[in-house]
Structure formats: C-alpha cells, structure tokens
Design a protein. Sequence first.
Length: 287
Amino acid sequence: MGKRGGFVVFGLALAFVGCSSSESDPEPTATLEELATSVARVMCASLGGCCTEQGVSFDRETCETEATSRFTEAILDDREAPDTRYDAAIGAECLQAIKSLVVCGQLDDGGGVLEACDRILHGDVAPGDACESRDQCQVGPGQSASCVDQGRCVVYTQRSPIRGKLGDACHGTCHSSECTVDTDPQPALEGTIAPGAICFLEDGLYCDTECKPRPKLGEACSGMEVCVADTYCLTQGALTGTCVRRLNNGADCSSHPGGCASHYCDESNFTCAELPGLSETECRRPF
C-alpha cells in the first residue's frame, strides 16, 4: 500500500482520495449518540457514492452501523478529563466542518477547520480559574481553550486571519483556502501580541518572517510544500533545501515519498504511480 494524505478526527486516522459528498440534508446532533450517527451517515454516503462510481460493491447499512460504533468509542476514548459534557452546539459546528471537507468518506484538513471536533466534550471551568486539562475549560462555538499560565483556563476566539500580502510581516503559512487563528485571550495574557498576517500558498506566498513569493525551481526553500506547483523542497542529498522537479511515475521515491508528481508513492516497490481507486476492502470495512 502507498501513502494517502490524511487527518485524525475522533481519534481515527482518516485519509482522502477523490470523490466529493452529495449529502446535504441536516443531521441531528442533540446528543453524543446522534452526532456519531450523523457523522457516520455523512461519511458513508460520501464513500458509498465513490465506491458505486468505481463499480465496487458497498453496503451502506453495515458501514453506518460500524462507523457509528467506532466514532462513539473513539470520542469517549479521546476524553482527557472525566468531568466533561457533550456540547450540542459545538457538535453541530463539527458536523458542518466534516460535511465541508469529506471526500470519498475521508477527510483532509490543512486549514484546521476540524478543530471544532476536538472541543465537543468540555467542562465548565471559567476563564481564569484553575485547571489540569484544556478539556475542563468552558468554551462555545468558534472558541478554543488551553490550560496554561500556571494552570488556569484561557479561552480564545477563533477568527479568519489577516490575509498577508507580499512584504507583510507574518506568523504563519496557510496551506488551504481556509485557516483560523486564536485571538483575544480571556483572561488577557501578559505580553500577548495580536496575531499577525498569514501568508496563503494559493496566493503564491509563504511566511518567512514576512510574506515572500513561493520559491521556484532551483531556488532555496525551507519546507516540502512551499515550492511552486510541479516542484517540491528536497530534504536530503546534495541539493537539500532546494526546489526540484517532482518525480514522474515510475521514479524511485524511497527517499522522497512526498515528491511524486502524482502525490502517491507505491510502497510495494517504492515507485511513483497514479493514486489507485478504492479497493473492495476499503469499501467493505472503511473505518
């Protein structure tokens, strides 16, 4: 098997492949059990469409039953503090984020949109009060929390970042069309600096103290994905730290599995290849 891109939600490692979801009807999220069922329906509807499109048999009822069980178990296993409760409003926010990103029953979240799914269980410790885990902190939709500053809850408001322009001072790079930043800590933290601009790769910029043009073939680079399309940043060898051409199908990718033009390195022989379609196993036991 080769590598597919992926993200972890509800403690489950999920990858992404190629078809999008057509599921648009509202799903209930009033209880933890309803959220798990709704997530399973959305994921299985998306996966089933892709399996059917590729001519692979798919049992949606079995998929939903197994996925609901797995999601419920994973959510509870991921709980860091025992004195937490399910928040239906954040559950709805999480489900909406999943709907916006699901591809063939799988998820990719380069912009951090799925962070809401990390906050569906939380406590009622007020900002500024003592805590041992961020899960104990009281948060609402569009917020995040941390247990810092000598063990007290600090709650942040999540906002869309300032979109950096060429030459702007920056503090990060966004790898997707959507990113969020934590702002306005409550209580205020001493020495807190308001988040600066974020450079967007889709604008042809990346952050290196200031927003700079993405490096081209042969130019110096500092991260695998900052180079312009059809190139990547070499991380080892004589040209380390240089943008080089992506590898064509059939090329050896054992040293650079992320360097294939197809974005797929077949680990059976460590050569670049086209991303394969869904297998019968993936359609039969997807989660």
